[in-house]
Design a protein around this ligand. Structure first.
Ligand code: PGA
Length: 256
């Protein structure tokens, strides 16, 4: 399985800044066949960057899109409009869930819309600090996982990536704490167990699981060697080009 390194720019960079970043990143990166690199700039930057990107080196991801293909949905961009422009879409990020009120029903429709449009969904799941404190981590992860995948057929389930992002570890969260590799290992194991019970062993073993939450070049190696972790979803550190390149190189080293 490939190792995935995905940079989530969130609401940062103008189109021009994202384009300069991509230019420099393409220059810095050789082609790493076993490391799949993707960046998720703002929606407005996706189309121009899709003309600039070298798809042998890296891919584009959307940060969000709407589940209906067209219609009276002012302000939205659909997965069908992004088809051919992006390879991946981050869906159900905790900021979408908690700031924009997306529930599992909405997330499941988006995951299905991505798959329908040949875009690989990166379904984000993870508990808040208080949910963890109340011992609800396993239930939250189960509900978000099963809920998020509910509209994906058995034939399509192998086209999904899951990212475990404990909300309390995300750098923009007030007083964010670093998740320990053991904490990550425990939840990743649980995710594979739930996948196995629901979809069988083969699907559970082959599904890429990424980790995200305050990942930087100092801790990336530790997270990438957690059993069952196949990659990283990186917010703040992906905005710093050298950091992002260092993390990609660490991923390459961990692989070899
Ligand atoms: P962070 O963000 O790396 O800045 O913690 C991760 C994410 O929100 O995807």
């Amino acid at each position: 399985m490939k190792t995935y390194i995905v940079g989530n720019f969130k609401l940062n960079f103008t189109v021009g800044e994202a384009s300069i970043y991509l230019h420099k990143l393409l220059k810095a990166l050789p082609i790493y066949r076993d490391v799949e690199v993707a960046i998720a700039p703002s929606t407005i930057a996706l189309q121009p960057l899709s003309l600039q990107i070298d798809r042998h080196k890296m891919k584009l991801a959307a940060q969000n899109a709407f589940y209906r293909d067209y219609g009276a949905f002012t302000g939205e961009t659909s997965f069908s409009q992004l088809r051919g422009i992006v390879d991946y879409a981050i869906i159900g990020h905790s900021e979408r869930r908690h700031i924009f009120g997306e529930d599992d029903k909405c997330v499941q429709k988006k995951v299905a819309a991505a798959v329908r449009n040949r875009i690989t969904p990166i379904l984000c799941i993870g508990e808040t600090e208080s949910e963890r404190a109340f011992g609800e981590t396993a239930d939250v992860v189960r509900d978000q996982l099963i809920g998020g995948l509910a509209e994906v057929s058995d034939d399509e389930i192998d086209r999904v990536i899951v990212a475990y992002e404990p909300v309390w570890a995300i750098s923009s969260t007030k007083a964010a704490k670093l998740a320990t590799p053991d904490e990550v290992a425990e939840v990743v194991k649980l995710i594979r167990k739930i996948m196995k019970e629901t979809y069988g062993e083969e699907v559970a073993e082959k599904m890429p699981i990424l980790f995200g939450g305050s990942v930087n070049s100092s801790n990336a190696g530790a997270y990438l060697t957690v059993p069952g972790v196949n990659g990283l979803l990186i917010g703040g550190s992906s905005l710093i080009l050298n950091e992002f390149v260092d993390i990609i190189e660490i991923a390459k080293r961990v692989r070899s």
